[in-house]
Design a protein around this ligand. Sequence first.
Ligand code: KIV
Ligand code: ZN
Length: 506
Amino acid sequence: MRKLFIFDTTLRDGEQSLGLTLNVKEKLEIGRQLVRLGVDVIEAGFPASSPGDMDSVKTIAREVKGVIICGLSRAVEKDIDCCAQALREADQPRIHTGIAVSPIHMERKLKLTPDQVVQTAVSAVKHAKKYMEDVEFYAEDAFRSEPAFLARVLEQVINAGATVVNIPDTVGYATPWEYGELIAYVMNHVSNIHKAVVSIHCHNDLGMATANSLAGIKAGASQVEGTINGIGERAGNTSLEEVIMSVYTQRERYEIELGVNTQEISATSRLVSRITGVPVPFHKAIVGANAFMHASGIHQDGVLKETSTYEIINPEVIGIPRNTIILSARSGHHALKHRLEELGYFLETDQLEEIYQKFLRLADQKKEVFDEDLHALMGSTGADQNGQISFKKVSVNTSGDAASTSTATITLEILGETQTDAACGIGPVDAVFKAIDRVVKKPVHLEDYTLKSVSRGSEALGDATVKLRYGEKDTVVVGRGISTDIIEASARAYVNALSKIKEFQG
Ligand code: KIV
Ligand code: ZN
């Protein structure tokens, strides 16, 4: 049976779309989790695009092992040189180079003739081959290209040494049957196609990225590209967790081997959402909070009698353990440790003690502590404590009338020194953010602020996300804060975002 190679581009196509830059530490954390998930390829970035990307790809290449580390590059020699340099310390490096092949891109964007495009593509692959064996070629906007021309380009780049050929639906325009036909066309009309792995890369503009990818796999592709939670340019990329679980759930249909550890799907999705600040919609397939909930009476009745009546995936398969014990203020260390391990968190004794104390404080405020609360507690551990700036306390006074003015007093620890200041604002959150600005004295701009509840009930944890824009390059950082007090959650999120700006990095 052929194997389905999973190519993750969360850190490249995913990050590119966020309007923010993840720092190296955050990218490493995602990279390491992707290894636990068992992906075959991590596209770590586009090294020629910025010194920051160069640095991230270099670090991931050096630190993340047991997986192919790939860098993106245009079909331009200096990009390819940059890419090769960034990948120098990777055990299994891959350069992903390419050029657009559709008439509209060639004429309007590149202003090159088809012959010139073929020539540029072949030269790029040959140049990349000077550095390494594994070279993937992408034919950008392949779905809107002339199939005969696409076949000609692919044949020539494979002759030049491309080991993988990527056939993207760059603008998410395909339907499953058309995309499947294009992949079948490539399989049948490119004479040397057996010498390369055929890869598919779909975008979700019409909501069909997963369906198109499955059609591509059915038609003979052996590598699928996508991102965790489907984040990506415009409407996003193919959600890898959706493709993985579609193939897993109907393995007989696809006749393809899947090498991933599905039990890491839920943890990977949560991590990517936490680090990027992009929430997962409740109804999102596979990883949404409601994906395994049964609300209607008829469904609940069916599931209680036989789970498979309404459940096609056992949640345990993606790493969501079934709940057998209820955690409350009466639960001891052992019960908490057991549940955390079921959820994938293995803690040292001192870490467990820290979490246990947080758990007790939370359990005092809530009758039951749910899995979502535990994820939130784990996600908040050390989040605003990087040694350079940390939250200490906040208090707010608000006058009674509607368009009220609030006064906030905030205490932070900055470089080991405790600092307090106060400010007025329109409402409590505005006042808190202004008070923090007065302490920190950095020109930052609040780009976005959201607040949601983590679990159920009025005593649920508040989960705040703050996006700040700062510096000459308009860098955007994301921070998150969690507390049963929504003002404190907001303050923690703001401080957590500040801790990621360069001046406060340890
Ligand atoms: O969508 C696309 O065509 C891409 C390529 C750069 C691979 O992301
Ligand atoms: Zn793309």
